[in-house]
Write a protein that binds this ligand. Structure first.
Ligand SMILES: Cc1ncc(COP(=O)(O)O)c(C=O)c1O
Length: 405
């Protein structure tokens, strides 16, 4: 049997080969490495069936790669494509990293210092809190804990694309309940879908990425009344000036709330997220979690960030102020319709036949990075993070130039 034949025989071919290996001695003339080579199935067949057709997640390009590709220095690139903080973390973080004493010792698997600091900052006992390597790790961890292959989840596009991606990795199916034209949730359709399809969980985001809309209490309570696990992603909650719903996990045992240090706290590169879980669920998430998922550098940095709430408050106010200015300037641009945002980015519809993808590419050529998603729902839109005032000025100038060309 040659390589291609084994490949096309797929999984059945693998089990046949295993039996053969156990019972038949190799012909004397063939060397053992030759035999191994002939009997080895195509290596792709080791990969789980559902992952072979997985479409890879499209992350943004690393800063250094971008710099080399554009032929520009890092300092000359304006990065408004991933909603990172243009101000970075408080100065206490650099000091804490400089004083790191035991990088040779594994970190605390329970991240006790950080969870205690979070408990105080969030007014929720640490037993409800679990920390992850970014909110992204927690999204995947929750799915690994609750989804059997073939289970369904609900997402409400336009939405953060990681939910769909992680569902695919975990062998789950995605039911989409699109948001209404003003980006609010279609709650009656969600209720119908949950009642008819019996999905395991629903992923909600408030403020929503990419449009910045928020979910009101009434809608959230209606969804929490359904027989479904609700994962509420609050990665951008600070920019809304609204209270987090973390404490709601004490009264809703089907609610998980996720947050992150990647946005307001300016630690995207160090990867720290956290979640509030009902006690009946958190026990199992602990069991499934990788023991050393938060590095010592990440934990001390997150703790240092929480030591300076005044800095975070100031950054939040600067971003909110700049968001207002950016919104007004975008509104004054022909061909763009910005949407009011409760977050640190603004979504714009590109109107009058202009091509959103081309605008993104033309801006990238002059070192201005914004986001365009080539999905069915988002083809005609661009999203820009809220940067410093000088970033806003550069973006508006860049937009004027590319829209005239
Ligand atoms: C809605 C939403 N949730 C989660 C994340 C991921 O956060 P983290 O960096 O903590 O993994 C992002 C990142 O852009 C996001 O937009």
């Amino acid at each position: 049997m040659d390589y291609c034949a084994i490949q096309s025989s797929g999984v059945a071919g693998v089990s046949l080969l295993r039996r053969t290996t156990a019972s038949v001695a190799p012909p004397a003339a063939a060397s053992s490495s030759e035999v191994k080579r002939r009997r080895r199935p195509a290596s792709e067949s080791f990969i789980r069936q559902h992952l072979r057709s997985l479409v890879p997640y499209q992350p943004i390009l690393p800063f250094e790669v971008l710099s080399a590709r554009l032929g520009r220095r890092l300092e000359d690139i304006i990065k408004l494509d991933a909603n990172e903080s243009p101000y970075g973390p408080p100065p206490e973080v650099a000091t804490a990293l400089g004083n790191l004493k035991f990088p040779n010792v594994y970190p605390d698997p329970e991240s006790r210092h950080l969870r205690a600091a979070l408990a105080e900052a969030c007014q929720l006992e640490s037993e409800y809190i679990l920390v992850g390597s970014g909110a992204n790790e927690l999204i995947d961890l929750v799915m690994r804990c609750v989804l059997e292959p073939g289970d369904e989840i609900v997402v409400c596009p336009p939405a953060f694309t990681m939910y769909e991606f992680d569902a695919s990795v975990n062998g789950a199916l995605v039911i989409k309940v699109p948001r209404l034209p003003d980006f609010s949730l279609d709650v009656s359709r969600i209720i119908e879908v949950v009642e008819q399809e019996n999905p395991k969980c629903i992923f909600l985001t408030s403020p929503n990425n990419p449009d910045g809309s928020i979910i009101n209490d009434e809608d959230l309570v209606k969804i929490l009344d359904l027989p479904v696990l609700v994962v509420l992603d609050e990665a951008y909650i600070e920019f809304s000036n609204l209270q987090s719903r973390m404490s709601w996990v004490k009264i809703h045992d089907n609610l998980i709330v996720l947050r992150t240090f990647s946005k307001l706290a300016g630690l995207a590169g160090l990867r720290v997220g956290y979640g509030a879980f009902p006690l009946s669920i958190i026990e199992y998430v602990w069991r499934a979690k990788q023991p050393y998922n938060i590095s010592v550098a990440a934990e001390v940095s997150a703790c240092a960030t929480l030591q300076n709430p005044a800095y975070l408050e100031n950054v939040k106010n600067l971003v909110i102020q700049e968001r207002g200015r950016l919104y007004n300037l975008l509104q004054g641009m022909p061909f763009l319709k910005p949407f009011p945002s409760h977050s640190n980015y603004i979504l714009c519809e590109v109107t009058s036949g202009k091509d959103a993808k081309k605008i993104k590419e033309d801006l990238a050529r002059i070192g201005l990075m914004i986001r365009h998603c080539d999905t069915k729902e988002m083809k005609g839109y661009i999203r820009s993070s809220v940067g410093k005032p000088e970033h806003t000025d550069a973006l508006i100038e860049g937009l004027k130039a590319v829209l005239q060309s």
